[in-house]
Design a protein around this ligand. Structure first.
Ligand SMILES: [Zn+2]
Ligand SMILES: [Zn+2]
Length: 674
């Protein structure tokens, strides 16, 4: 044997064991040598050169391919020979990276199907995206829903042929010629731009060939759970003026079950859309006449907001906050002192001139609270000072990104600033997190995700504060989370430049995360404003400052609530709690008596006195998602009862009026969630 044929490579497996294989062995062969089951489940491999160098050849670069990970590891086709010592991991459906590769292969499958059905289309790019993939095509006619159906069918047909995804290398000139001959000019353009090596990599799937860096799953047979969603116009490379292609978007999952669940979530999200429900339930509006991103709270929405805010204010006072109010417009110079005029300028409304002085509509409440703190000399005995405000702020957002209540130009933060001494900080942070939990539980959320965003200690130059401040703040945040036994994710380098923070995301009824609470340290503003307190030693010290908002924005929180409950608010939040539905004119007097009785017990009640049949009254009350409907007829009038119907539990039967009042008051006062 010649020496090269005997050459061995060392492969380190995830369990740390090192095995020897002949050079050129493929990951799938190694998987087979470990277990046939693993080889069966294998989709792609993750390799990392043991010597630390990336094994990536620069051959054939695909603009949307998986980039090497931070640790230098790369995803590899299962049948691609290994040429050097590597760490190797075989990825299966359990690995997120494999899903990404799977979706990329599904994009190729779609392009293969499109090329069979419409051989004259020109190909753009086809990357995996969140939940699926797209591929873009140049075609004179738009793709119709019927076209998409045909393509989907063809994809299934090709998938079932178990076509192999093969990697090939071509010299660049040959690659260009291949695409010039077939007039695939976008591909020529990509090769000219991206291929900076003499050899260019391609993938074939049956007759289909694509310039691509890969990697791909071995064959098409696993691609079964997908659905083409829509086609939408997109400029080539996203640049206006370039030819317009059609992007066909699709979703894809490993299993039909996951696909069905995703489609169900999409349906649910549509059903729960707060913009539609906001109109249907007459909660709020955005008025073109007044301007985009500015919210009008209608009586019913306004009522819910009042309940939310009243609860919050009461809780703030109980928890030792002082309620303050600050002006909506303040001198522009104040924002120079705070630094916002500089680093926050593009998010601020323009300056307003009054008596030759510049004024600024506030984008933040912090400077206002700082001025209150500074209004007198504070002693260590006064600390912590906790100033809270339901403060309305205005921020400039491009009209393109505005979205119902979620992204707006004017909103009210449940904002607070805590000024304290270093030794008080842990207790304060703990109290903030505890408060945040209380808020979420109160409004019916019981699932959360928590992130601790920290500085990057390897790059202290990016953070103007003192290193010891950062270290102390980070470690106190972490120790609070550990003491409270709260699992959290640490995000290194994700902290604001002025301090570390804790973010709480709640998970709503259909599993979507929403960023809500933030508790943020600030080493910057106390210094900029020269904040002080007189310490026990009689000397002046700089207090620590924490910004914190629990709901975040009242508008956005309301949007989340609407979607979480799909408009069917718990009784204590429902704008109309009870609808009285008389069966005829004859019992109107008794119906009015029922209404007055409930009203006298602080229950929000409405009497449907229209000349409509009972089923119509019930249907309308259901559509308005009113929790309880009370049907009253001659029998009820005589017995002093009401027939109770609940919007989701249905008919609950007759009940003495006095009994019902007690039960409703109990449900309201305990703020029962459904
Ligand atoms: Zn590709
Ligand atoms: Zn603030």
């Amino acid at each position: 044997m010649r020496k090269t044929e005997m050459e061995q490579i060392h492969v380190t497996l995830p369990d740390g064991s090192v095995k020897e294989y002949p050079k050129g062995t493929t990951p799938v062969e190694i998987a087979k040598s470990i277990s046939p089951r693993l080889a069966d489940a294998a989709l792609v491999a993750k390799v990392r050169a043991t010597n630390g160098n990336s094994p990536q050849e620069k051959t054939g670069i695909f603009s949307n391919s998986v980039d090497p990970a931070e640790d230098g590891s790369l995803l590899y086709d299962l049948r691609r020979p290994l040429e050097q010592d590597v760490q190797l991991q075989i990825l299966t459906e359990k690995d997120a990276d494999a899903l990404y590769v799977f979706r990329h292969s599904a994009a190729h499958l779609m392009a293969a199907a499109v090329m069979e059905l419409y051989p004259n289309v020109k190909l753009g790019i086809g990357p995996p995206v969140e939940n699926g993939f797209f591929y873009e095509f140049l075609r004179d006619q738009p793709f119709t829903p019927e076209d998409l159906e045909k393509i989907e069918k063809k994809m299934h047909e090709l998938a079932n042929q178990d076509l192999q995804n093969e990697r090939k290398l071509l010299p660049k000139a040959e690659a260009l010629k291949l695409y010039q001959d077939t007039k695939q000019l976008f591909k020529c353009e990509l090769i000219e731009e991206k291929a900076d090596e003499p050899m260019v990599s391609f993938y074939t799937t049956g007759k289909f060939i694509d310039f691509c860096r890969g990697p791909h799953i071995p064959s098409t047979k696993r691609i079964q759970a997908f659905k083409l969603m829509n086609a939408a116009g997109a400029y080539w490379k996203g640049q206006e003026g370039n030819p317009q292609l059609q992007r066909i978007y699709a979703i894809a999952f490993f299993s039909q079950k996951e696909l069905d669940e995703y489609l169900h979530r999409l349906e649910e999200a549509k059903r729960r859309d707060h913009r539609r429900l906001g109109t249907e339930l007459d909660l709020f509006s955005v008025q073109e006449e007044a301007g985009p991103g500015l919210i009008f709270w209608h009586p019913k929405g306004g009522l819910i907001r009042t309940i939310i805010e009243d609860w919050l204010r009461e809780e703030l006072v109980k928890r030792g906050y002082d309620l303050v109010f600050t002006p909506h417009i303040m001198r522009f110079d104040l924002w120079k002192t705070s630094g916002h005029a500089n680093f926050y300028k593009e998010n601020m409304f323009g300056v307003v001139e009054v008596e030759k002085a510049d004024y600024q509509l506030k984008p933040m409440n912090c400077p206002g609270h700082i001025l209150i703190y500074k209004s007198k000399l504070r002693s260590y005995r006064d600390l912590p000072v906790r100033l809270a405000e339901l403060g309305t702020v205005y921020r400039y957002e491009r009209s393109g990104v505005l979205h119902g209540l979620m992204r707006v130009r004017g909103f009210t933060q449940d904002d607070a600033h805590i000024f304290c001494m270093p030794e008080q900080i842990e207790a304060e942070v703990e109290a903030c997190v505890d408060f945040a939990y209380a808020v979420m539980k109160n409004f019916g959320f019981d699932k959360f995700e928590i992130e601790l965003s920290d500085w990057d200690p390897k790059h202290p130059e990016n953070y103007p504060g003192k290193a010891e401040d950062w270290q102390q703040a980070s470690s106190s945040l972490a120790s609070v989370m550990e003491r409270m036994k709260i699992p959290y994710k640490r995000m290194v380098g994700e902290g604001a430049f002025y301090g570390p923070k804790i973010d709480v995301k709640l998970i709503d009824a259909i599993g979507r995360p929403w960023q809500l609470t933030t508790v943020q340290f600030d080493f910057n503003l106390p210094a900029r404003f020269g904040l002080e307190y007189v310490g026990e030693d009689g000397a002046r010290h700089q207090p620590l400052m924490v910004h914190r908002a629990l709901l975040g924005s009242v508008e956005r929180f309301f949007g989340i609530l609407i979607e979480h409950y799909a408009g069917a608010f718990p009784l204590w939040l429902a704008p109309t709690q009870v609808e009285v539905c008389p069966v005829s004119e004859k019992v109107m007097d008794y119906a009015k008596h029922v209404r007055e009785t409930l009203k006298n017990h602080d229950i929000r009640v409405h009497l449907d006195d229209r000349n409509e049949k009972l089923p119509a009254k019930i249907r309308d009350a259901q559509l308005q998602k009113i929790p309880y409907m009370l049907v009253v007829g001659p029998k009820e009038a005589e017995a002093g009862t009401v027939s109770v119907r609940h919007r989701s539990k249905g008919d609950l039967g007759p009940r003495p009026l006095a009994d019902l009042v007690t039960a409703l008051n109990e449900e309201i006062s305990t703020r029962t969630i459904q």
